[in-house]
Design a protein around this ligand. Structure first.
Ligand code: NAD
Length: 313
C-alpha cells in the first residue's frame, strides 16, 4: 500500500524539498494539504504534502509501524495522523510530547534528526490558540469561564476539553448522547485538573446544565453538511452564553447562525483547523507560519467548496 506515494516522497526529497503526509480514512477532501502547501510556498519553501488514505477494508490490518518506517526511509519530515489512528499510532512512537501523553492522542508525528519518531497533539493547541485570540487572554474582552458545558466527548471533544481546562475553568460539564463516553472522558481529565469540578451526563439534562453556564463548546458532528441541524435546542441559547464551535464545514453552522441571531458571542471551528495546521507546519518545516494568511486561505478553500456544492445541488 502507498508504494507510489512513498516513491513520490523519495523523488521530492532528493530535490531538497520538505515532504510530509496525512494518514487517515476518507481524507481525500481534507483541506490540510493545500493549507500547508500554500503557506510553505508563500515562505519560499519547496514543500509537498501527500495523503495516505487508508481504505475501510484495511483499517484493522494496516501496519502503522511499517508506514512510519517507510515514511522515515523515504526522507519525509513527518506525518499528520487523523481518524481512526490517533490513539493506535502511539504504540509505534519513540517519544511523546507531554500534552500528547496526557491526552493519549497524537495527530502529528515528527521524525527527528536521529530518526526517532516524536508524537505531538496540535488539535488541543489549535483550539487553545484560537480561543486565546478571540475569547481568552489575548482578546479585547475575555469571556467568563466560571462554568462551561461541552457537547461531544469523542476525538475532537477530548482535545477541546483538555484545551478548555488548560485555560482555566471552575466548573466543566461534559454531555454526550453516549453517557459512557462523557463519563470516561471526565474520569480521564479529573486527575489532570484536580482543582476543577468536572461532571458528565447524557443529553437529558443538557438544557438545565447550559442554563447555569457562561459558555457552550460544541464538539459533536451535528451541523456538518452531512449532519445538518443542532445538537441542542435553540431555546438553550442566550445572548450572554458564548458559543465555541468545532465543526467548520460549513463555517457558519446552524448553531453559530442561531447564536449570532440572538446576539451571543461566537467562535467558529475554522480557527481550530487553521491553528492545528499552523502548529503542525511549524513542527515539520521549522518555520513560523502566518496564521492570518492561512485563515484567509482556508476561507477561500471552504468558499470554493460551498460554491461547488451549490452548483451540484
Ligand atoms: P467522534 O465521532 O469521535 O465524536 C463525536 C461525539 O459526539 C461522540 O461521542 C457522539 O456520541 C457525540 N454526539 C453525536 N451526536 C450528539 C448529539 N446530538 N448530542 C450529544 N452528543 C452527540 O467525532 P470527532 O472526531 O470528535 O468529530 C466531531 C466534529 O469535530 C466533526 O464535525 C469534525 O469534523 C470536527 N472536527 C473539527 C476539527 C477542527 O479543526 N475544527 C478537528 C477535528 C474534528
Amino acid at each position: 500500500m502507498f508504494d507510489s506515494e512513498f516513491a513520490t516522497a523519495t523523488t521530492q526529497v532528493t530535490d531538497g524539498a520538505v515532504v510530509c503526509a496525512l494518514i487517515g480514512q476518507g481524507i481525500t477532501r481534507s483541506l490540510t494539504p493545500p493549507m500547508h502547501e500554500r503557506e510553505a510556498a508563500a515562505q519560499g519553501i519547496d514543500y509537498t504534502y501527500l495523503t495516505l488514505d487508508v481504505r475501510s477494508s484495511a483499517i484493522d490490518s494496516i501496519d502503522l509501524a511499517d508506514v512510519l518506517d517507510r515514511a522515515r526511509r523515504a526522507g519525509m519530515r513527518g506525518l499528520n495522523v487523523t481518524h481512526p489512528f490517533k490513539q493506535r499510532i502511539i504504540a509505534h512512537l519513540d517519544e511523546l510530547s507531554p500534552d500528547a501523553r496526557r491526552l493519549g492522542a497524537v495527530n502529528t508525528v515528527v521524525f527527528d534528526d536521529a530518526g526517532r519518531t516524536v508524537g505531538h497533539n496540535t488539535d488541543w493547541s489549535g483550539f487553545a490558540r484560537n480561543f486565546d485570540l478571540h475569547f481568552g487572554a489575548e482578546s479585547r474582552e475575555p469571556v467568563s469561564r466560571t462554568s462551561v458545558v461541552q457537547l461531544g466527548a469523542g476525538g475532537a471533544g477530548s482535545a477541546v476539553a483538555y484545551a478548555m481546562l488548560s485555560r482555566g475553568v471552575d466548573r466543566f460539564h461534559l454531555v454526550d448522547h453516549d453517557p459512557t463516553r462523557a463519563d470516561t472522558l471526565a474520569a480521564t481529565l479529573r486527575p489532570m485538573f484536580a482543582d476543577v469540578e468536572i461532571t458528565a451526563s447524557g443529553t437529558a439534562d443538557a438544557i438545565d446544565r447550559i442554563a447555569d453556564a457562561d459558555g457552550l463548546v460544541h464538539a459533536t458532528p451535528i451541523g456538518m453538511a452531512a449532519h445538518p441541524g443542532m445538537a441542542i435546542d435553540a431555546s438553550a441559547l442566550r445572548p450572554d452564553l458564548w458559543v465555541a464551535e468545532v465543526v467548520y464545514r460549513p463555517v457558519v453552522t446552524e448553531l453559530i447562525a442561531t447564536a449570532r441571531t440572538i446576539g451571543a458571542r461566537t467562535l467558529t471551528g475554522d480557527g481550530m483547523a487553521v491553528h492545528q495546521a499552523v502548529d503542525a507546519l511549524a513542527l515539520f518545516a521549522g518555520i513560523e507560519p502566518d496564521a492570518d494568511r492561512m485563515t484567509r486561505h482556508i476561507g477561500e478553500l471552504i468558499a470554493a467548496e460551498d460554491a461547488g456544492l451549490r452548483r451540484s445541488a
